[in-house]
Design a protein around this ligand. Structure first.
Ligand SMILES: Cc1cc2nc3c(=O)[nH]c(=O)nc-3n(C[C@H](O)[C@H](O)[C@H](O)COP(=O)(O)OP(=O)(O)OC[C@H]3O[C@@H](n4cnc5c(N)ncnc54)[C@H](O)[C@@H]3O)c2cc1C
Length: 418
């Protein structure tokens, strides 16, 4: 019995840890020759954090990340619109974390190697083909080597080879017309010291939050994203997480965004590195599971980075898949049940993010008053704002009461196994 996982990203590694919890052997095949801590910041919502805590990773998460205290929205003139507590401050039983994506991936990789053995993850091994057999799957690695397993989990990201195998006409991801410049800067944290701030509106937006504790000089690693919409006829560079960005392409648009709570142009100018990435996603699918093969994480539901749900939903996918392995066995029936539970939820999040997700509050203020007001309550009532925030949490599965009262998906990892 063996579960084959294509991709050692956040989704694939969480599947491996979940299988370990259930005593199921796994083999992970990763295309890159060496896994290194790539990317910039992400946020993990409390429902994903609950799962990582139940996998025994609470101390490790605290060591690499920062517990997100609040989310605060501002107009393009820096005026406060809406703020809400997050994580335990908001009444959840679990925190929300701001972390470096690469650090999270390495944390999961270390746990996989320690628990499942160093030979569980094979790098420089791209899954290039697959076929269903009477007893499971036959997976081709690098066009030559063949490996047998009971099921194949495609956690191979937004450019999934396996998804393309099932949907050969789908083509490239869908570009929404915006480009994101992402960076990190060592600077003093702003507002509460652990705030995620969003300013602007859907065509010109700046998102920023610290992803580390302050160092001995009081400086934190601050993650930021400058999001600029272009007209629909524009074309942009193909997506590549490692493409370097140029200041001249976007800094002028934020030139006068020096607010009393943060000097945005200064933060941008002092960045260690800047990456450019188009805002892309994938259309929702009608099916993820095909016999003994299923899609998971970005391979199944790549979404706009709005509402902090990309990595979160991949982690939940892995845990729900594990739940069905436990109840149905390592077989097509488990994959079908996983598809039935997870696909409608993730498809709804993809579509909600296309409608700006919780950031819609910024857009409404921009439309009603171009971001200038004396009293925000005259523009948008507190009830309307609270409803937008609450509706998104319900869609994405982290409404506080529902989550706190939900039974654990798989229970806590027995301490002796960690
Ligand atoms: C290098 C990189 C940097 C990123 N940076 C950010 C960021 O800064 N901010 C952000 O919000 N999100 C970022 N993301 C996306 C984010 O990690 C995902 O949205 C989310 O974590 C869901 O993860 P996933 O495991 O489904 O996919 P991913 O994290 O994309 O992982 C997929 C993995 O599969 C591997 N792979 C791809 N094809 C194959 C194949 N055929 N065979 C075997 N392995 C394969 C990839 O190398 C990768 O390791 C990044 C992803 C990558 C790969």
């Amino acid at each position: 019995m063996v579960v084959i996982i294509s991709g050692a990203g956040i989704g694939g590694l969480t599947v491996a840890l979940t299988c370990h919890q259930l005593g199921i052997p796994v083999k992970v095949f990763e295309a890159v020759p060496k896994i290194t801590p790539l990317g910039v910041g992400i946020n993990l919502q409390p429902h994903a954090v609950r799962e990582l805590f139940e996998l025994g990773l609470a101390d490790q998460l605290d060591a690499i990340g920062l517990r997100t205290r609040e989310v605060a929205y501002f107009s393009k003139h820096g005026l406060p619109i809406w703020a809400e507590d997050r994580g335990k401050w908001a009444g959840y039983n679990w925190p929300q974390y701001s972390v470096h994506r690469g650090a999270l991936q390495m944390l999961l990789l270390d746990a996989v190697m320690a628990r499942l053995g160093a030979d569980c993850v094979t790098t420089a091994s791209k899954v290039t083909g697959f076929e269903q057999t009477a007893s499971g799957v036959l997976v081709t690695i690098n066009g030559e080597q063949q490996v047998q397993g009971d099921v194949l989990i495609a956690a191979d990201g937004i450019h999934s080879t396996i998804r393309a195998g099932f949907y050969p006409d789908e083509g490239a991801p869908v570009w929404g017309g915006a480009v994101l410049w992402r960076g990190t800067t060592r600077a003093k944290a702003f507002l509460s010291g652990a705030s995620m701030a969003m300013a602007g509106h859907k065509d010109l937006k700046f998102v920023t939050y610290p992803i580390s504790q302050p160092d001995e000089n009081g400086l934190s690693l601050i993650n930021w994203i400058a999001d600029v919409k272009f007209d629909n006829s524009a074309t942009w560079n193909r997506e590549d997480y490692n493409r370097q960005g140029k200041l001249a392409d976007f800094l002028p648009k934020f030139g006068d965004w020096n607010f009393d709570w943060l000097d945005i142009p200064d933060l941008i100018r002092k960045a260690d590195a800047i990456y450019e990435f188009p805002m892309i996603d994938r259309n929702p699918l009608e099916r993820w599971s095909f016999g003994n093969i299923t899609l998971l994480g970005d391979a199944a539901h790549a979404m706009y980075p709005i509402g902090s749900n990309g990595a979160t939903q991949a982690i939940i996918d892995a845990r729900v898949l594990g739940k069905y392995f436990k109840s149905h066995g390592i077989n097509a029936a488990a994959l079908k049940a996983y598809d039935a539970e997870r696909r409608p939820i993730c498809n709804a999040v993809v579509l909600a993010n296309r409608g700006n997700g919780p950031d819609q509050v910024l857009q409404v203020v921009e439309q009603r008053c171009k971001g200038r007001f004396d009293r925000v309550e005259d523009i948008l009532s507190p009830n309307e704002m609270a409803k937008m925030a609450a509706d998104y949490k319900k869609v994405a599965g982290f409404d506080v009461e529902t989550l706190n009262n939900a039974p654990s998906i798989l229970g806590k990892l027995d301490d002796k196994n960690t």
